[in-house]
Write a protein that binds this ligand. Structure first.
Ligand SMILES: Cc1cc2nc3c(=O)[nH]c(=O)nc-3n(C[C@H](O)[C@H](O)[C@H](O)COP(=O)(O)O)c2cc1C
Length: 400
């Protein structure tokens, strides 16, 4: 039997672990060890459910709810986010508790109607609106575009818990619900990966919301997101990390991403790495087609420089690199420099096109935009030239 786990007086975790999930949000975000869909139950004079779970797991959610309240009904359902990993179970929960009142942001109601086609007499709430459930008062705070238009979070004053939905989430799946079960760096790394893959394009909204929340002077004992562990011991650290993520706080690090059939572009990538790495820039080198893209996105977040390379194939770059560059454009990165590179046979246009895409992504080109190109196989002396250029660029990167 699936049981709830109490996290504070009157407050229970009633979510599910999806241990087998390997692709979060389709192919966008490959993950290693599954995730959780966290739903929470506040058992007060009224019973309130915060979020639901992916539809297929709804029976587990209902079982955990009943393990606490038995035959008592759920009175309120807070729909913090309409995306199906949080709202997929909503209709089945409404069938189980037909008198429950659902609360959502204005945008949330619109999206729920578009997805489930039925008006459940939603109560629209906006920032500052409250709901008293007895001893506890819930305060709603909209956080549009972190990462959909409808996201909101809920602060419960009595329990001092910020139910943060997708903000502060990470993919850690287990029965140890609190951060203290894991090392700080592990938790921050997982949160960084989640932010980089899901939230990165919305840095401005995150920075503004963090400031607004600070101005509210909330007394916070726990931050309970919709995925992964609940922050308790490491609240200051994750808050500070989020401020860094949102402002693209970076270090003297270069991410080199490439694709290569006959290893020529790979040899160039390795020469770049040598010149940068030997001159004080931390380097991360990835052959895109053989790397989980989530790792590249994570490393990119706090890198000062990005180098993107591809051989030329039928007059164009590798389709994986083209896809990566389009994703980079969507990320609205700030304060980064970069350069394209690659090997070609009879059409030397690909590295220049990579540069165009990098510019479109808001990245300032190094070396006055002169992409590094190579006709077929780089010789030892070609590689030395690339290393020397990389050494020069290392100085620029370190000076930023
Ligand atoms: C399937 C295929 C198609 C190619 N098409 C072109 C082309 O259209 N224009 C060109 O300049 N070179 C073309 N080449 C040659 C490569 O660009 C060249 O071999 C380059 O050195 C490959 O770099 P890599 O080893 O990093 O993949 C092609 C190579 C392959 C494998």
């Amino acid at each position: 039997m699936k049981k709830a786990i109490q996290i504070k007086d009157q407050i229970y975790w009633v979510g599910v672990q999806d241990f087998n999930l390997r692709h979060f949000h389709g192919s966008l975000y490959p993950i290693e060890e599954g995730t959780t869909y966290n739903a929470y139950l506040i058992v007060d004079e009224q019973v309130t459910l915060i979020d639901t779970v992916e539809e297929e797991f709804t029976p587990v959610l209902l079982e955990r709810i009943r393990s606490v309240i038995g035959d008592r009904p759920v009175d309120n359902i807070i729909v913090q986010h309409a995306e199906p990993d949080h709202s997929g179970g909503f209709e089945k929960v409404m069938q189980a508790y037909p008198n429950a009142v659902p609360y959502a942001s204005n945008a949330g109601v619109q999206i729920m109607m578009k997805q489930y086609f039925h008006d459940y007499h939603y109560q629209k709430v906006k920032t500052g609106d409250t709901l008293s459930t007895g001893v506890n008062t819930l305060t709603f705070v909209e956080m549009p575009l972190i990462h959909w238009p409808d996201n909101m979070l809920t602060y419960v004053d009595q329990a001092k818990i910020l139910f943060s939905n997708d903000a502060f989430g990470q993919h850690i799946a287990g029965y140890e619900l609190f951060d203290e079960a894991y090392a700080l760096n592990f938790c921050l790394d997982k949160a960084k990966e989640y932010y980089a893959n899901i939230v990165m394009p919305y840095g401005m909204q995150v920075a503004n919301k963090l400031k607004a929340l600070k101005d509210m002077n909330l007394d916070i004992d726990m931050i309970a997101p919709a995925h992964g562990i609940i922050w308790k011991q490491y609240i200051n650290a994750i808050w500070n990390a989020y401020e860094g993520f949102a402002s693209f706080r970076s270090e003297a690090k270069a991410v080199i991403v490439y694709d290569s059939v006959w290893h020529h572009t790979q040899m160039m990538a390795e020469a770049l790495a040598e010149g940068l790495g030997q001159n004080g820039v931390k380097v991360k080198v990835y052959k895109y087609s053989e790397t989980m893209s989530c790792i590249i996105m994570k490393e990119l977040l706090d890198a000062k420089a990005i180098f993107v390379g591809s051989g030329c194939y039928n007059n164009t770059m590798s389709s994986e690199i083209a896809g990566f560059l389009d994703r980079l454009i969507s990320c609205k990165v700030k304060g980064k420099v970069g350069l394209g590179f690659g090997s070609w046979g009879w059409f030397n246009q690909v590295p220049g096109r990579i540069n165009d895409k990098l510019k479109e992504a808001g990245i300032t080109l190094l070396q006055e935009g002169a992409a590094i190109t190579q006709n077929y196989t780089p010789s030892e002396s070609d590689l030395s030239v690339i290393e020397a250029k990389a050494a020069e660029m290392a100085e620029t990167i370190k000076s930023l």
